[in-house]
Design a protein around this ligand. Structure first.
Ligand SMILES: [Fe+2]
Length: 240
């Protein structure tokens, strides 16, 4: 796919209709890119740093597994109800992704057992290919799947699918995703996310969430978020 095709595939409704994919896919793209850099930085002579990078990779793989399941269970069900067969290609790709996730997890475990420079390089390239497949796959979902949803469903119906999906998630999974979503979103979206959470949860819970959302941001991003929430700028926090 060339850039021109990709741009043309983004539909005119992309900024006016409810996009069930946008925020979670921005979170996934941010996380995949950061973890790819971390795995590229593995130097097996540094055992603790290697372990930390592999921990990040294993956590990413667990998130990817969960994401496939959530899309299969909720979004594909909605797509099939709207237009039978419309999720078939993505479902096939999800099966491939599960195979690739298992292979990456095995390679990560092997590198932990036996740190070797060639194993680290192979893992980095395998992860890069996995990330590239996922970037193309997510673009397909955000164009082709959204076209089906927007043609057949109202925004309220799409949001109801998302609410059912969100209600199925354990709190630990939501907490794990929050800093990556905060990192991936733009300032307006980030303020909308945290503003919504502020309305939805008790104040002490929100304070923990806000710390987590602030952690991966730059100082200017933290200042902008604090201002958007009507707060004084927050002193520097440690990068996640
Ligand atoms: Fe997917």
């Amino acid at each position: 796919m060339n850039l021109s095709d990709a741009t043309q595939l983004l539909r005119a409704e992309a900024l006016t209709r409810y996009d069930i994919y946008r925020w979670i896919h921005k979170a996934l793209r941010a996380r995949m890119c950061r973890v790819l850099v971390a795995v590229g930085g593995i130097d097996v002579s540094d055992g603790p740093a290697t372990a930390r990078a592999l921990d990040q990779l294993d956590a990413l793989l667990a998130v990817c597994r969960g994401h496939l399941q959530h899309e299969n269970d909720f979004v594909h069900a909605a797509l099939e109800a709207a237009q039978p067969g419309s999720s078939a290609d993505a479902a096939d790709e999800h099966v491939d992704h599960e195979t690739h996730i298992a292979a990456l997890a095995a390679a990560s475990a092997a590198l932990r057992r036996e740190p070797a420079a060639d194993g680290a390089l192979r893992l980095y390239h395998a992860l890069a290919l996995f990330v590239s497949e996922n970037l193309v796959h997510m673009h397909m979902e955000e164009t082709e799947h959204n076209a089906v949803l927007w043609r057949h469903c109202t925004d309220a119906q799409i949001q109801a699918v998302e609410q059912r999906l969100m209600a199925s998630l354990p709190p630990a999974e939501l907490a794990d995703t929050l800093p990556w979503m905060s990192l991936g979103l733009n300032a307006t979206e980030r303020a909308q996310l945290l503003g919504g959470l502020q309305q939805a949860v008790p104040a002490p819970v929100f304070e923990t969430m806000l710390d987590s959302a602030m952690a991966p941001l730059t100082e200017p991003q933290r200042t902008a978020l604090a201002r958007a929430l009507g707060r004084a700028p927050v002193p520097g926090l440690v990068m996640c």
